[in-house]
Design a protein around this ligand. Structure first.
Ligand SMILES: Nc1ncnc2c1ncn2[C@@H]1O[C@H](COP(=O)(O)OP(=O)(O)OP(=O)(O)O)[C@@H](O)[C@H]1O
Ligand SMILES: [Mg+2]
Length: 319
């Protein structure tokens, strides 16, 4: 069947309100100034969607925002990045989620109002996404309780629509790590946590022990992100391949490196590359991410990504 979307990003959407150069840390009963404010599209899933679209995949977003100005900012920003917004839902009941990011010295404190994204469940989704998508990517599972509650219905719809699935857990802000590997992983074609998240969900401190706990449940492959050390590919049949990163010795910041890795890997996946080629492209787009500020700064165009790969990392980028 001809699918109009190669990749549909499903889930969390919010705006980031980033306050920089603040006078001092906020204190109850007092008021302080911030020297600079940026309001921008936030969320791991949105960074993924923007970057996989930039690489050249036909990408749509299925998520929920409020009927408010932050909701308009989210949909306009996605469209400006070339992401199809026909599956976005405007909730009359909930406001668009927002994260207040306070940067103080070298560190940041984040405060998130989940808003609409926490309420989107299976019944809110347009069923066309399962007919029109070749692949669906889900991220930040612990930020979206309604979506997580409905995973089994999503898996069933994806399977009957012939849709492949990828999932990045991301961090659990409550640090409860309630993730049933035996129930979830057999339905996820590409599982993409980072190493800390994998250890937390398997409740083990040892990486190889954590890998052996998920391996029996894998549908096809897991790829584990290990920061500047690169990534580890774990195939269902048991083959484990570590691949070093394209090391960047002049990192601007690594915000969104994991989402950019996911974008490169899933681009390769939907274009039919081998899993090893997908891993290499993920490592490369993760590294490209670290050459500019924020999660999308280095992804201004496909040509820019190819140029950065060549000039900074001496690498051929197979886009
Ligand atoms: N300093 C670096 N130099 C080169 N590549 C890097 C660097 N940091 C990260 N990467 C690449 O990006 C990939 C993803 O980064 P990381 O492991 O930090 O993901 P993450 O923890 O999921 O990040 P995020 O905070 O975005 O969720 C790594 O597997 C690696 O290939
Ligand atoms: Mg991550």
């Amino acid at each position: 069947m001809d699918k109009s979307c190669e990749v549909t990003a499903l889930g969390e959407l919010n705006v980031d309100i980033i306050l920089n150069d603040i006078d001092g840390f906020p204190e109850m009963g007092k008021e302080k100034f911030a020297g600079k404010m940026t309001v921008a599209l936030g969320s791991s899933t949105a960074i993924f969607a923007a970057n996989v679209a930039c690489l050249g995949a036909r990408t749509a977003f299925a998520g929920m925002v409020g009927r408010d100005s932050f909701g308009s900012l989210v949909s306009e920003s996605l469209r400006a990045k070339g992401v199809d917004t026909r599956f976005l839902i405007e909730s009359p009941d909930y406001a668009t989620g927002a994260t207040l990011v306070m940067s103080y010295d070298e560190d940041r404190a984040n405060l998130t109002y989940q808003g609409a994204m926490d309420h989107m469940g299976f019944d809110d989704l347009n069923p066309d996404i399962f007919r029109e998508s070749r692949h669906i990517h889900i991220s930040s599972v612990f930020m979206q309780s309604a979506l997580k509650r409905d995973f089994s219905r999503i898996f069933e719809a994806a399977e009957s629509g012939g849709v492949t699935l990828s999932m990045d857990t991301q961090w659990d802000p409550k640090e409860e790590w309630d993730f049933d590997c035996a129930a979830i992983l057999p339905h996820v074609d590409v599982f993409m946590p980072n190493e800390t998240e994998l250890k937390a969900i398997t409740r083990t401190d040892d990486l190889s022990g954590a890998i052996s706990r998920i391996r029996p449940y894998l549908r096809q492959v897991a790829v584990i992100k290990c920061g500047s050390r690169g990534s580890i590919l774990v195939k269902k049949d048991g083959e484990v391949s570590e691949m070093p990163s394209f090391l960047n010795s002049h990192v601007v910041d690594s915000i969104g490196a994991g989402d950019s890795f996911n974008a490169g890997f899933i681009y390769g996946y939907v274009k039919g590359m081998s899993l090893t080629e997908c891993q290499r492209l993920g490592n490369l787009t993760g590294a490209v991410n670290t050459t500019a500020a924020g999660g999308t700064g280095a992804f201004t165009s496909r040509e820019a990504v190819i140029r950065t790969a060549r000039e900074v990392f001496g690498a051929d980028c197979p886009l």
